[in-house]
Design a protein around this ligand. Structure first.
Ligand code: AMP
Ligand code: MG
Length: 341
């Protein structure tokens, strides 16, 4: 299959072409404000199956369903919890996925046997235009080969998906850079399953106390049953092994300098880059600039794959605000191999 790049900015027919492909049961790479997604008609099990094949995604890892208007949630979910409407009011459209009880129209290919479904209303205009033009909700996981860092540009999607999907809608670089926050509203208490663009602190202003799933803090073995199956897999991983180093920036920089070998690489805060002269260095924002870190972290991890560094040492922010999402991605890239200083 030839993967076509569609550019709505220069080609007026691009959006319609993408929508026609979706209606025909094909998979299309779609920009969102978080990362690129691999989109297919969420109500068509055979189309959704193609997403799993293109990514090499484990069969027990369910997909998020993207909608363009809040009202669409009532078609997909029999009992929309009160809390969902309150969260939507505060944070939709935006980088927040809510797990709610699923309706019968959601095929098993999307929910992977769970009785819940993840729903998100993205803010990216092209994503919403595609959902509206296709006339169906779109199931879409991140547009990377399973296990690899998520993709934040059309070019990165092509690197991973060339020949495996019908088309990619080119919407430029993604704004947030890390995937959506995933919160479950299906249990007794709201529970954070994945940190993302909407912070835990923001969720708590609307919901009161939110439980945090233990998968955020520790490695979960493959045979464990977890609430967000996606969290148990090694994730976001560049080809070289990663060691995350947590602590004040000056301390973690000193630790890495003392331990790194000549053939190693370093993922570091901007202000620490000069200290690592001689090593392969990729910086991903100042230590006090979490939005930039979120936007850059996957690109930065991917950059090491162009080199033959032996080990990647990564400075890692603390868990406050957006730091929880950034440090979660780095810890997962490291397979939870973490040095706490
Ligand atoms: P991805 O789209 O690849 O960025 O991953 C989507 C994330 O949402 C994964 O961690 C999934 O396990 C999680 N997810 C999707 N649907 C559900 C669901 N019904 N219940 C729990 N987690 C879900
Ligand atoms: Mg993903």
């Amino acid at each position: 299959m030839k993967t076509v790049i569609l550019s709505p900015q220069s080609d007026k027919t691009a959006m319609q072409t993408a929508a026609t492909l979706i209606k025909a049961g094909e998979v299309v790479g779609m920009p969102t404000e978080t990362v690129y997604g691999l989109a297919a008609n969420a109500l068509n099990g055979a189309a959704v199956e193609k997403i799993f094949r293109a990514k090499g995604r484990p069969q027990d890892n369910p997909l998020i369903v993207h909608i363009a208007d809040f009202q669409q949630i009532y078609d997909l979910c029999p009992h929309v919890p009160d809390s969902a409407a309150r969260l939507a009011e505060a944070f939709w459209p935006g980088p927040l996925t809510m797990i709610v009880p699923k309706g019968d129209c959601i095929p098993n290919e999307v929910s992977c046997g769970l009785d819940t479904v993840g729903i998100r209303l993205p803010s990216h205009p092209m994503a919403r235009e595609l959902i509206r033009a296709a006339g169906v909700p779109l199931a879409a996981p991140s547009a990377n080969t399973s296990g690899r860092p998520s993709t934040t540009t059309a070019e990165h999607v092509l690197n991973d998906m060339d020949g495996k999907i019908a088309a990619i809608l080119d919407g430029g670089a993604c704004g947030v850079g890390v995937e959506s926050t995933v919160v479950s509203l299906a249990g007794e208490k709201p529970r954070l399953l994945r940190p993302g663009g909407i912070t835990l602190e923001q969720l708590e202003t609307v919901l009161g106390e939110v439980e945090v799933d233990r998968a955020l803090y520790e490695k979960i073995s493959d045979d464990t049953r977890v609430s967000a199956p996606g969290m148990k897999y090694r994730h976001y991983a560049p080809k070289a092994p990663v060691t995350a180093v947590r602590g004040a920036p000056a301390e973690s920089a000193a630790y890495i300098l003392a331990h790194a070998a000549r053939a190693d690489g370093v993922l570091c805060f901007d202000e620490c880059a000069a200290a690592f002269a001689g090593l392969f260095v990729v910086s991903f924002g100042r230590s006090d600039d979490l939005p930039t870190q979120a936007r850059e972290v996957f690109d930065a991890l991917r950059a090491f794959d162009e080199t033959d560094v032996h080990t990647i040492w990564a400075q890692c922010p603390s868990d406050e605000g957006l730091g929880l999402a950034v440090s979660n991605r780095i810890k997962k890239a490291a397979g939870f191999h973490i040095i706490e200083l």
